[in-house]
Design a protein around this ligand. Structure first.
Ligand SMILES: Nc1ncnc2c1ncn2[C@@H]1O[C@H](COP(=O)(O)OP(=O)(O)OP(=O)(O)O)[C@@H](O)[C@H]1O
Length: 276
């Protein structure tokens, strides 16, 4: 099945989000759909609305207007119980990893399965054997099976983010939302983390929506780019030969506060290898 024949798992329509009583419009009439198994990268300047958009997809924000449907659930109308159910299928990977440094890697990964268990667990051996096996499989997937019993805070930043992804995979999500997952990592390590997300997508058919600052990484790994500027969608393009260089640059154009001219911030950083 090619990407266009796959069912949509995310449908966002006319989404608007205001903060501070309307003083800040973070999202303005945002509409798009995402088919199952796609890696969609959301790009845009700081403050363009990327995090706010991702947080609407698992009900962390309530919109001012518009609708959000994820895996058939109307996220805006969903009860607390419905959202709890949805969040089992929708994993979230954060920029700051949000792992417990003093725990071993396998314990951190196992906590991804806590939603399926009753009561707390203290130590990896308190988890059922089948889950321990699954945790090792996830560690293997992110290339860190040999670190299973090591304290997580002894790992590098990139390795810690891979542990966080393994923990998310442990809950067997159908969608992974990743908010700037490589923001604090150097380019080579960032590539390793994006490779893990890409493989989840193509090997396990997990849909990934990921926000990134780095255009070159986005082009290297995304199936499709969604560009936000001032809360509006200004680019929605597959990443293939048809990626329009000028339109990607447009995402990064920032209006001068005087309205007099455009600031070409970040344009010079665009890689030469953007497909023509
Ligand atoms: N809780 C909040 N209260 C008030 N304003 C907010 C809140 N959350 C976000 N905003 C504002 O909404 C706009 C979009 O913010 P958002 O964090 O979504 O941008 P972003 O593209 O993710 O930025 P970055 O790349 O820096 O993370 C910004 O103007 C921000 O200041």
């Amino acid at each position: 099945m090619n990407q266009t024949e796959r069912p949509d798992v995310v449908t966002v329509s006319g989404l608007r989000k205001e903060f501070d009583g309307g003083g800040v419009v973070a999202l303005d009439d945002v509409s798009f759909t995402v088919p199952e198994g796609q890696l969609l990268v959301i790009i845009g300047l700081s403050g363009s609305g990327k995090s706010t958009l991702l947080r609407h997809l698992n009900g962390l924000h309530q919109p001012t207007a518009g609708s959000v449907e994820v895996l058939g659930t109307d996220v805006v109308a969903a009860s607390g119980r419905d959202l709890q159910h949805l969040r089992r299928d929708v994993g979230f990977v954060f920029q700051q990893f949000n792992i417990v440094g003093r725990l071993s890697c396998i314990e951190n990964v196992l906590t991804g399965a806590l939603g399926t268990l009753r009561g707390p667990r203290f130590g990896a051996r308190m988890y059922p054997k089948a889950l321990r096996r699954r945790a090792i499989e996830q560690l293997d997937r992110v290339g860190l099976a040999d670190r299973a019993w090591q304290r997580t805070d002894t790992l590098s930043g990139g390795q810690q983010q891979r542990i966080a992804i393994a923990r998310t995979l442990m809950q067997q999500p159908r969608i992974v939302l990743a908010d700037e997952p490589v923001a604090s990592l150097d380019p080579e390590i960032s590539g390793q983390v994006m490779d893990v997300l890409f493989r989840c997508c193509v090997e396990d058919n997990i849909t990934v929506l990921c926000s990134l600052h780095q255009v070159d990484l986005a082009i290297d790994w995304a199936h499709r780019l969604l560009g936000l500027r001032d809360g509006k969608v200004v680019l929605d393009s597959p990443v293939d030969g048809s990626v329009d260089h000028a339109r990607i640059m447009e995402v990064y154009r920032r209006l001068d506060p005087t309205g007099a001219k455009l600031d070409e911030y970040a344009i010079e950083q665009l890689p030469a290898r953007i497909p023509a």
